[in-house]
Structure formats: structure tokens, C-alpha cells
Design a binder for this molecule. Structure first.
Ligand SMILES: [Zn+2]
Length: 144
């Protein structure tokens, strides 16, 4: 018997409670019935960011990016591939710093891409600069 883990649905943002041992199986959202993990980063605005950091027990790995940033474009496929490897241990998300300037300011994002890990409502680590898939997976795993 283990404590239930709270997982925020990547599609409808409903908070799901599931036993920790069922996390590896993934499972479906009790509200929208879509998969809780589908190997893709989710796009977050400010409201969704706050919900996914405050209500989820999973670490949130955020790629702060912008459309004009070449290295960000190059890293996007690597970050997506990393999501497939890191789920369900972590939730991967993207924040467009042009559209979500409030979030970029709140966390003092000065260069992009920057990847930051949030857990327990707090930022735990950040790393600036583009990484390949293995680099992302290795760095995030070392921080969990
Ligand atoms: Zn849902």
C-alpha cells in the first residue's frame, strides 16, 4: 500500500489520484478519459503552469523557449523525445516566453532555451543552453 499520487491531466487539467504503483501503467484521466501520459510535452500558460506545479506530485520539467530562437527550434525534437523517456517520473512542459512574459519574468529567465525543474511548488534546478535528448534525460534524472 502506498500513498496515492496526484497527477494533473495534460489535456483537461483535472487532478487525478492514483496509487504510486499504477503510475508506470500510465492510466487515463477520470474526467476526460484521455491518457495521463502520451510522451509529449504540454504547452503551459500562467494559469496552467500554476496548476501543474501546485496540484501535481510529479516534478515539472519546463522548457522556456521562443519562436525566434534558433537553438530552441533545434532542441524542440530532443525535448519531445526526452518526454517519452522521462514520463511518468516527470511531466515535461513548454512555456513560450513571448506569449507568457509574466512567467519568464517571475523566474528571471534571461537566456533561452532554459530548462528548469519544479517540484513541491519550488524551482529545484535550471540549466541554460540547448541539450540533446541524452543530455536532457541525464540531467533531469540526476536532479530527481
Ligand atoms: Zn483529463
Amino acid at each position: 500500500m502506498s500513498n496515492p499520487i496526484h497527477v494533473v491531466c495534460p489535456h483537461c487539467d483535472a487532478v487525478n489520484r492514483l496509487p504510486a504503483e499504477r503510475l508506470v501503467e500510465g492510466g487515463h484521466c477520470g474526467q476526460c478519459h484521455r491518457p495521463l501520459f502520451d510522451g509529449r510535452p504540454i504547452a503551459l500558460n500562467q494559469a496552467r503552469f500554476d496548476r501543474h506545479t501546485a496540484r501535481s506530485d510529479l516534478p515539472l520539467v519546463v522548457d522556456f523557449w521562443a519562436s525566434w530562437c534558433g537553438p530552441c527550434q533545434m532542441m524542440a525534437p530532443a525535448f519531445e523525445a526526452a518526454a517519452g523517456q522521462l514520463e511518468p517520473r516527470a511531466r515535461l512542459a513548454k512555456v513560450n516566453t513571448e506569449e507568457e512574459q509574466g512567467l519568464a519574468m517571475r523566474f528571471g529567465i534571461r537566456s533561452i532555451p532554459t530548462i528548469a525543474i519544479f517540484a513541491g511548488g519550488q524551482e529545484r534546478a535550471r540549466q541554460a543552453g540547448a541539450m540533446d535528448t541524452n543530455g536532457i534525460v541525464r540531467w533531469v534524472t540526476s536532479q530527481l
